[in-house]
Design a protein around this ligand. Sequence first.
Ligand SMILES: [Zn+2]
Length: 147
Amino acid sequence: MDFKLNTRRADTVFIIDLAGKITSGDALSVLRQTIRDEVAKGHTKILLNLKDVSYIDSSGLGELIMALGTVTQTICAKCGATVFKDDEGTWDPCPQCESRERKSWGQLKLANPGRQVMDLLEFTKLYSVFDVHGSEEEALTSFRGKA
Ligand SMILES: [Zn+2]
């Protein structure tokens, strides 16, 4: 296995340390399941530490985008149920309480991207989609700032 994943906590932030290659296959399903589990457990602040990631391919990048979508999904601000858009792209009222107040579930940030990962994010113009930080400390500070 060229891929490793470890999880730890820093205060209220859930940190996922990724190492090796994030390419199609096991790495992606493990990452996806981990993120889903943590969101289901109620963790709203998730940091992906890419320090030891040597390589991400396009499917790996797609998985990071999916992770971002999972963590930042839109929920009802009153009861927390997931809300959806209709076919025209306008938000439906909350399926549970009919409220039209919405908010984002949580935040996902990236820390310590290596050269290849940075190049990939810049090349695909996704750098601005993600909240990318040069160090773990910087990312943790930014989580605290928005708390
Ligand atoms: Zn609601």
